[in-house]
Design a protein around this ligand. Structure first.
Ligand SMILES: [Zn+2]
Length: 391
């Protein structure tokens, strides 16, 4: 019995490795897989046949012969399975439908102002359920259909159970979110912090094994990839640098602390600086286009906006220096809504890194991240875990 269990586990292990190899190295062939993974040809053939019969992969013609028969070329079947990625931000949401190859088939941006929602939980569940229904229309021919929904949330969540501890800007606490969502959609739901999803997407795109993703929007969260994996910490909420103290006698934060970094380097901070500089509060509504409007004003030479961005950039830079000195990442990605204002922030952030970090860290590279990183990371999370059995 023990032996048969072992051989089942071994076969599963080999199957996963073959499947991942085809994902990462296609176009490829049985002979190439056998050589790369050091598996005998019969084992590879049997596993490839299994993946072919399940339609996860497909044959796409013949490659060059190296003496003997021409090898049959294999690749993933993009339509075999789909994942939905959803990025919930405070003022807006975006969703993608991604195929097995990670290509985006549908992309939707929605204005979803949760600050004004009468019931945040219901609004979120309704939005996701509607999105899933809409995406379902695109996958009718697929053998495995939608395998899961990945949801990036702005706050503290237990990734393993889908339980929401606390979404600070939305005052949502202790919510069995994944369970409620699954009972509505009947599709597995994976939940993660938004900055973690951004970090995962940047890791997949860059292959930098130690990196941080700064999600700067209404608040600030940091996603950490260490040795190629999301670093979650003891209770699963690592990366809450937004609530590290940057001003000892500073403003009070909703987290209970005073002088938190995100009070000085977020969209809320930008709005406050602008108000202090005399901008009419009517123009400072925190909706999804707030940063875009601010950039437009700065582009037009409005001195209040230029000054506010300068002040924000100083605090953003100081906080990033703290993250760099603490974690020594190989690279820093600045994402979230404030990345839209990159032209007004990056130079000062780079200067802070050059002048304020310890000497070894001064060459740390910082780049702007695509606005879609988080939603792509959420879709990727599903494929990675539920299809390719990654930890
Ligand atoms: Zn705080």
């Amino acid at each position: 019995m023990a032996q048969s269990l072992d051989s089942t586990a071994m076969r599963q292990h080999n199957r996963t490795n073959v499947f991942r190899y085809i994902r990462d190295c296609a176009p490829t062939s049985r002979i190439e897989i056998s050589a790369a993974l050091e598996l005998n040809k019969a084992t590879v053939s049997s596993l490839v046949d299994e993946l072919l019969s399940e339609q996860y992969i497909r044959e796409i013609g013949f490659g060059e012969s190296r003496g003997g028969r021409k090898p049959v070329i294999l690749e993933l079947n993009p339509q075999a399975a789909y994942s939905i990625g959803i990025d919930i931000q405070i003022t807006h949401a975006s969703a993608v439908l991604s195929n097995l190859k990670g290509q985006v088939v549908v992309h939707r941006n929605t204005s979803l102002n949760l600050l004004e929602a009468a019931n945040v939980q219901q609004t979120l569940l309704d939005y996701i359920e509607n999105t899933v229904q809409e995406m379902n229309e695109f996958v009718k021919e697929s053998p495995h259909g939608i395998v899961g929904i990945g949801i990036a949330l702005p706050g503290m969540v237990n990734h393993h159970t889908g339980f929401v501890h606390y979404l600070p800007n939305l005052e949502v606490e202790r919510w069995d979110f994944a369970k409620e969502l699954e009972s509505r959609t009947h599709i597995p739901a994976l939940v993660d912090n938004d900055a973690n999803c951004g970090a995962l997407a940047q890791y997949r795109a860059s292959s930098v094994k130690d990196l941080v993703f700064i999600n700067a929007g209404i608040g600030i969260g940091v996603g950490i990839v260490a040795h190629g994996q999301i670093y979650r910490g003891g209770k699963g909420i690592a990366g809450e640098f937004g609530h590290s103290t940057i001003s000892a006698m500073g403003l009070q934060c909703h987290c209970g602390n005073y002088g938190c970094w995100e009070l000085y380097a977020s969209e809320r901070a930008l709005a406050r600086y602008l108000k202090e500089l005399g901008v009419n509060p009517k123009n400072l509504e925190l909706d999804k286009d707030f940063v875009q409007r601010a950039v437009k004003q700065a582009d037009a030479g409005d001195s209040a906006y230029l000054q506010a961005f300068k002040q924000l950039a100083m605090y953003l830079g100081i906080g990033i220096v703290n993250v760099i000195n603490g974690l020594n990442p190989g690279r820093v990605f600045l994402g979230g809504n404030l990345a839209i204002a990159g032209d007004y922030l990056m130079q000062d952030v780079k200067q802070s890194i050059a002048f304020r970090t310890v000497a070894v860290n001064r060459s740390t590279e910082v780049s702007l991240s695509s606005p879609d990183s988080i939603v792509l990371g959420a879709a990727n999370l599903v494929m990675s875990k539920l299809v390719f059995a990654e930890p």
